[in-house]
Ligand binder design. Structure first.
Ligand SMILES: *Cc1c(COP(=O)(O)O)cnc(C)c1O
Length: 369
């Protein structure tokens, strides 16, 4: 049996009738950028997250970058980021000309460790950018407490966690702002690049609306040096269809994750995902750790099971941050994650028999290591 890491055909087949209607409506409107579809999606997505405002932008990286720009974060400023994340989190800070200050993650949740934030704060610190990695919400209660104590802004990187909850509240509504990615592989995935900012701050939302559109409110009247980063009408129309099924599809991911957690056998050196009691994850990824990760991956590949590594190189050891002077050993938990993590197939269109095969093959592979 073949089990792809993620199925992109299943979602299309399930939603084809609704997607066709949305596409036709978009085409007939003959309006491609900043129109009704995007406006409506913004309202619907803000409501979904429990935020007052949503501003659609080109992608997740730009959502995070524009929030920092709108706050005036720039040269000589520092932004605290998790040591373990997709590099886009760090790049958003670098694009704003600010300095990334990584803080080590919690070894069990892979998310920013709130207890270590305070030691990284300096006079130049302007913001904290926690990531809800792998669909697991970061501990926003504790992160916000530290931020408030030091007067810092918090922008959540919610690229991987649309629909997750932390202490009962949706991620994307827990900081001062949040950046979302609708990259096709995310839980709410578009059919191309797409992203959004959510916030309760009217002035911030307004600034980002201006920044995303060449710095103009009125065509050809450019108030500031803005960018071109707009969520387009076609993606908005199609995202509206997918937003309607997001909760249901997240639930299907949970069913698979719970089955994995129950039926996969523990073994020496093997680490399963950990979910804190206050967290309600959306299982963007199901990430295990094993010291013989590469062998495990090969055995699963041989069994027809697609797996991926998120991420094989820690941001601080990547070529992109060579000039920042980090060394191996700078962030041992993140480095250990890079060396040992493996993401197993999970998604709303993974069938029961496929999940069963993943479990059987996984247990056999682990036992033979
Ligand atoms: C995908 C992702 C991003 C960037 O989103 P894009 O839409 O690809 O720009 C940012 N942060 C994290 C954690 C991501 O997984």
């Amino acid at each position: 049996m073949k089990v792809p890491f993620l199925d992109f055909v299943g979602p299309y087949e399930e939603l084809k009738p609704q997607l066709d209607v949305a596409y036709e409506r978009f085409m007939r409107s003959a309006w491609y950028i900043l129109g009704k579809e995007t406006e409506t999606f913004e309202q619907e997505y803000a409501e979904y997250c429990g935020s007052k405002y949503c501003v659609g932008v080109g992608n997740g990286l730009e959502a995070l970058h524009l929030v920092l720009r709108a706050w005036g974060v720039g040269k000589d400023d520092e932004v605290i980021v998790p040591s373990n994340t997709y590099i886009a989190t760090w790049l958003a800070v670098s694009y704003a000309d600010a300095k990334v200050v990584p803080v080590e993650c919690d070894a069990r949740t892979y998310n920013l460790d709130p207890a270590l934030i305070e030691a990284a704060i300096t006079k130049r610190t302007k913001a904290i950018m926690p990531v809800h990695l792998y669909g697991q919400p970061a501990n926003m209660k504790e992160i916000m407490a530290v931020a408030e104590k030091h007067g810092l802004k918090v922008v959540e990187d919610n690229a991987q966690s649309q629909g997750a909850r932390s202490y009962g509240r949706r991620t994307g509504s827990l900081g001062h702002a949040a950046g979302h990615s609708f990259y096709p592989g995310k839980n709410l995935g578009a059919f191309g690049d797409a992203g959004a900012v959510t916030t309760d701050d009217a002035a911030l939302a307004d600034k980002i609306r201006v920044l995303r559109n060449y710095g103009s409110r009125k065509k050809y009247y450019n108030e500031v040096k803005g960018y071109n980063s707009r969520l387009d009408e076609m993606q908005s129309a199609l995202l509206r269809v997918k937003l309607k099924v997001l909760d249901e599809w997240n639930k299907r991911r949970s069913v698979i994750a719970n089955r994995y957690l129950k039926e996969m056998k523990s073994a020496h050196g093997l680490v399963f995902p950990f979910v804190p009691v206050w967290a309600d994850p959306v299982w963007h990824l199901f990430v295990v750790r094993h010291p013989k990760r590469d062998e495990l991956q090969k055995k699963l590949t041989d069994a027809g099971i697609g797996t991926l590594i998120h991420y094989p190189v820690s941001a601080h050891l990547s070529g992109a941050y060579e000039d920042a002077g980090f060394k191996r050993g700078s962030f041992p938990i993140a480095e250990n994650a890079a060396d040992t993590v493996l993401s197993l197939p999970i998604g709303p269109h993974l069938r029961d028999d496929q999940a069963g095969w993943v479990i059987e093959a996984f247990n056999a592979a682990v036992a033979s290591l």
